[in-house]
Design a protein around this ligand. Sequence first.
Ligand code: HEM
Length: 419
Amino acid sequence: MASCCARHKCSKGVTCQAAHGQLNYCYCSAAAGHGQCFEAGAPERYVGILERTMPIVMIRDPELIKLITVKDFDHFVDHREFFGEDVFNKVTEEVDVDDLMRRYANDVIASTAFGIEVNSVVDKTNEFYETGQKLSNFSVWMRIKILITHAFPALAKKLKLQAFSEKTTNFFRGLVKNTMEYREQNKVERPDMIQLLMQAAKEWNPDELVGQAFIFFMAGFETSASVLVMTVHELSLNPEVQATLYEEIKQFGDVKKALIYDILQNMKYLDMVINETFRKWSPAIIMDRVCLKPYDLPPSRPGANPYTVEPGQVVYNMVNCIHMDEKYYPEPHRFDPERFSEENKNNIKPFTFMPFGMGPRNCIGARFALLEVKVLLYHLILNFEILKCQRTSEPLRLQPTDFQIKALGGTWVKLRKRY
Ligand code: HEM
């Protein structure tokens, strides 16, 4: 096969490179551009060039061009990617992870609890998202109302104090009611919570039904979004953890195969990473309980008196503080998924890891939430490398005045497409 290098020395100073298969290649640099290679290739109908490291066949003969572009088009259907090989190294602008994950968590709840499809990443100002944000971004007034309700429940009742505005609750009420009516009239069935609520409709009044969907929103939205944000943040700061996770995901991640439940269950390292995020940044900071019957607590230290908790009194089980106690987790600020490996997890003392609470009152959405979080992380890590950027807060510290687990300065990263 011919090449401009057949003579081992190109004319016009173009340097010869090593042979690639049957075609010898000229190095096409900025100095020795395509035009020079073309000229140097005469009288061959085509020659080989190397564009950086990529071997390319340069066609010099119009007859051959006709064959390639028209007659034998089916052999050459696609253009090259516009940005060439660099497109695969394309790094995004800084991404606001908080915003992105909230939109994802919002859409998941919209679909599974309220039975509606929204795409908040594309349709940024859809009503469901905007109203949901009002619920979870506690305004100062909302916080005051919650505080009064907690501290003086009788007064709050008398004042008919409600944490959420009537407009907001009416929106969700209308949504559930309309969806149910539509499904009934059009005989639509869908495997979601609205379907379950419709089955329970005979025993519950409409407000109770709406209340259930509302509780799912309140309990499931912020928690899931926050654990996703914190996992992404930690992965950006811990590239070696991210690399191990990627290796695991890649093993299972033949993109042609559909992601099925069983695949996710087999991903041990993914589980370890998520557990470590739950430990370090548990969205539920406190697990509260209200005392129903007098309860004798043992002495708080040797020599002290026992203490009786009276009915109505509130008990806080300190989830986060225990998760961060070095008695149970040495170097608690270190993000180390190995704490949850097969060998190490047996060393975790009972009741020192409780992201979903404990006992019969624990989280009913735990399995759902884990699935939601794993599906997103699977796709994200399979397709993108998470990179720290200028705005990534390191070391990761929390906003001091929030109910929620949020990084100081927000969570910002860059994403690099893997292939
Ligand atoms: C990562 C996400 C989540 C975390 C970390 C989380 C955590 C918790 C915790 C700590 C509790 C209190 C448990 C206790 O006091 O023992 C709880 C309760 C609850 N969670 Fe979740 N949750 C998550 C997601 C969800 C989701 C997605 C839903 C619904 C779709 C949900 C529904 C509930 C409900 C209804 C309760 C109240 C249970 C009761 O009082 O009986 N949660 N959650």
